[in-house]
Design a protein around this ligand. Structure first.
Ligand SMILES: [Ca+2]
Ligand SMILES: [Ca+2]
Length: 76
């Protein structure tokens, strides 16, 4: 899961809207939902720490795109 995150975050500053659009093929609505759910410090970027916290606490599991869900299940 971490590898996939870093592959999407090309410049290492967290996932921003462009990266989610390009690499995760998310639409505007999904991106807005991710930012609302995961972007704890509201800088419009989702860092791996923010992402991991949200995932770990399973607050928004159903919001994860299939690619991430598949990778997560595969790693068990
Ligand atoms: Ca980035
Ligand atoms: Ca953030």
């Amino acid at each position: 899961m971490a590898n996939m995150f870093y592959e999407c975050d090309k410049n290492g500053d967290g996932l921003d809207e462009d990266e989610m659009l390009k690499y995760l093929e998310m639409n505007d609505e999904e991106i807005a939902r991710w930012l609302r759910n995961f972007d704890i410090d509201k800088d419009k970027k989702i860092t791996f720490v923010e992402f991991f916290k949200a995932f770990f606490f399973r607050e928004s599991e159903s919001n994860f795109p299939n690619a991430f869900a598949a990778d997560y299940e595969g790693s068990n």
